[in-house]
Design a binder for this molecule. Structure first.
Ligand SMILES: [Zn+2]
Length: 193
């Protein structure tokens, strides 16, 4: 069942006997993939509804205009990211002497777009669209930075402004970032290392 099927499906509450459609249930806790649904009468947990995929939002006739708009903007954003993302050390500027440490910063532009900004002291070294809780992107960028600047680069320090967006709600993100910082410290991503 996709998201729209789940919203139209009938749920029965084992605690109080209420029955109703998924979209008549109360929303419980939310997750990045969906949310909990609760009995509309007694708040008993009845299950989960997963958010629609981009494909479902575009193709399902039950999708609202808002869903379709959201899907189109997600696709545009992914395309823009793909076009401008850091892929190769050659895209980065030469810094002499090579930096020992860089900052992973976060900026929200006036148009609402959110960016990761890599800085060396006051200088902006790189900028690309930011993704929420994307510590795998942090890892990928760290690796490219060390391939460019060598094993003299020992750290990529998340600034206070970047932390909420980078870690989100997940302890696992924090651990992943610490793991990458420790690999950087060992020079693990340097060319030929
Ligand atoms: Zn109930």
């Amino acid at each position: 069942m996709n998201y729209y099927d789940q919203k139209e499906a009938t749920y029965a509450c084992p605690a109080c006997g209420w029955t109703g459609r998924g979209d008549a249930c109360e929303m419980g806790d939310g997750f990045d993939w969906g949310y909990e649904i609760l009995c509309a009468r007694c708040q008993q947990k009845l299950g989960y509804i997963g958010y629609p995929t981009t494909e479902e939002m575009l193709s399902d006739p039950r999708a609202s205009d808002g869903d379709r708009e959201q899907a189109r903007s997600r696709i545009a954003r992914e395309a823009e990211f793909e076009r401008k993302m850091l892929k190769d050390p050659d895209q980065l500027p030469v810094i002499e002497p090579a930096p020992a440490s860089l900052a992973w910063d976060f900026e929200e532009a006036e148009d609402g777009k959110r960016y990761v900004v890599i800085r060396h002291e006051a200088r902006e070294v790189w900028r690309e669209l930011a993704w929420y809780e994307d510590c795998e992107r942090y890892a990928a960028v760290a690796e490219i930075l060390q391939r460019k600047y060598g094993d003299g680069l020992r750290d990529l320090v998340p600034t206070p402004a970047s932390k909420d967006y980078l870690y989100g709600d997940r302890i696992a993100s924090l651990r992943r970032v610490e793991e990458v910082r420790s690999a950087l410290g060992r020079g693990a991503y340097a060319r030929g290392a």
